[in-house]
Design a protein around this ligand. Structure first.
Ligand code: NAD
Ligand code: UGA
Length: 422
């Protein structure tokens, strides 16, 4: 099939390259000239395992340009994968989606399918459909096809999706996407657009709630003297609960959970339902960042003013270079505003970000630090040479907000250990 993808970021590029590797012909429209240049040179502008190899391998079936009109002109299916950032009141800001749809409307091929990959609030598909009709395009089907990939495993998630969700008002339009994805083995959920849009928000809200539940249990463990690792292990053996996605940490982050949870609260509110549970999740998550900072403050003797903190990790999770919505950045901001100097190291983030000094190694981050704070669960931090960092630190406090270190080993090296819920 002939396909277009507008927006070559994490979602759009993986979708484009993935569909090309299934044998489809894909035209990509991307506004950022640096990204276009990189793609034309066979370089993936976002770091995802396996993405660049697929980009090069599928080269003959990919056309890259900064011209959205040209990209959509021959396409039977056009995917929109542009950002939907958080607006000032927490709702999703749809201005980029609306602008792209308005821009390409005149160039869409008759009877084509316009599929939204971007995460959009409930009712957006129907609203866009009416917008097209108002401009004389009764012949285009607007459908929802939400994306569920996680960064760091995006290519694998495309190839082996847990499910494919299609929200369409016509069977004909749904069938086009079913055919497009026929090369993938996955359960397909075909529903109306409103339900499809809701599946995306409900999934992210559930996952964010699960992580937050793990953090809250860790905090109770701390208060009562239980070990959260054993508690989660014991809970997880219950097949209804499982061991996944409840790992305690500094609070969830990333480019989606924070904005999507807030957007769902707004969506529910606008529809007359107060989603207190999710409001609680957001509040507990924000408090978790502050809780980690308090641990550092306690560990250095009660005041952060004049302290130096070595920060290990800037990415919002291991396996990605993405710092959007990173809890590590929030921790750095909170520490700095309390008077601490922060010096960070991250294996994938090699230049200063948000005014935070980034150094070249773990040891450089630890040098003369009063405390070392692990904010991202990179493997090399789990394998920390505690003797080596202890030798260069001014203080002796290790705060492990990802519970990746063995407390006994840290203590054996003469350092003080603080984790989360243990
Ligand atoms: P991104 O910022 O990585 O990529 C978006 C791309 O769109 C950028 O390359 C940008 O330059 C391009 N763009 C912006 N305006 C454009 C325009 N007018 N014409 C052409 N290109 C334009 O964003 P992302 O992480 O891929 O997220 C995109 C959407 O997918 C969001 O709604 C997000 O919530 C959703 N989503 C993201 C993920 C994820 O893991 N990142 C997963 C599922 C869903
Ligand atoms: C998440 C979802 O997992 C994807 O299904 C979804 O498509 C995507 O959001 C999206 O809509 O953008 P992602 O943000 O890449 O993917 O990362 P996750 O692995 O879900 O982690 C999100 C945050 O939760 C990270 O800060 C991570 O450190 C934290 N987390 C996750 C924990 O603290 N503990 C866990 O057990 C799991």
């Amino acid at each position: 099939m002939r396909v277009a993808v507008i927006g070559a970021g994490y979602v759009g590029l993986v979708q484009a390259v993935g569909l090309a590797s299934l044998g489809h012909y894909v035209a990509v429209g991307e506004r950022n000239p640096e990204r276009v240049g990189a793609l034309l040179a066979g370089k993936a502008p976002v770091a995802e395992p396996g993405l660049e190899e697929l980009l090069v391998a599928a080269h003959d079936r990919l056309a890259i340009s900064d011209d959205n009109h040209a990209a959509v002109r021959d396409a039977e299916v056009v995917f929109i994968a542009v950002p939907t950032p958080e607006g000032p009141d927490g709702s999703a800001d749809l201005s980029i989606v609306d602008a792209v749809v308005d821009e390409v409307t005149p160039s869409l091929r008759p009877a084509s399918v316009l599929a939204l990959k971007s995460t959009v609030p409930i009712g957006t598909i129907d609203r866009l459909s009416n917008r097209l009709i108002a401009r004389g395009r009764h012949d285009v089907h607007v459908v929802s096809n939400p994306e569920f990939l996680a960064e760091g495993s995006a290519v694998a998630d495309f190839a082996n999706p847990d499910r494919i969700v299609i929200g369409a008002r016509s069977e004909e339009a749904a069938q086009v996407l079913i055919d497009l994805y026929s090369g993938l083995k996955a359960p397909m959920v075909v529903t109306d657009p409103v339900s499809a849009e809701m599946i995306k928000y409900a999934s992210n809200a559930y996952l964010a709630t699960r992580v937050t539940f793990g953090n809250a249990i860790a905090n109770v463990c701390e208060a009562v003297g239980a070990d959260v690792s054993d508690v989660l292990l014991g809970m997880g053996h219950d097949s209804r609960i499982g061991h996944h996605f409840m790992k305690p940490g500094p609070g969830f982050g990333g480019s989606c959970f924070p904005k999507d949870t807030k957007a769902l609260v707004r969506i529910a509110e606008a529809a007359g339902y107060r989603f207190s549970l999710l409001e609680g999740v957001i509040a507990v998550n924000e408090a978790q960042h502050q809780r980690v900072v308090e641990k550092v403050r306690d560990a250095v003797g009660g005041t952060l003013t004049g302290c130096t903190v070595g920060l290990l990790g800037l990415a919002y999770k291991a396996g990605t270079a993405d710092v959007r919505g990173s809890p590590a950045l929030e921790l750095a901001r909170l520490l700095s505003s309390s008077g601490a100097t922060v010096r960070a190291f991250d294996p994938e983030v090699r230049s200063d970000v948000d005014g935070i000094e980034v150094v070249d190694s773990i040891v450089e981050a630890a040098r003369n630090a009063d405390a070392l704070l692990i904010a991202t669960e990179w493997e090399q931090f789990a394998a920390l040479d505690v003797e080596a960092v202890g030798a260069v630190m001014r203080g002796d406090a290790i705060v492990d907000s990802r519970n990746v270190l063995e407390p006994k080993a840290v203590r054996a090296a003469g350092l003080r250990y603080t984790g989360i819920g243990r």
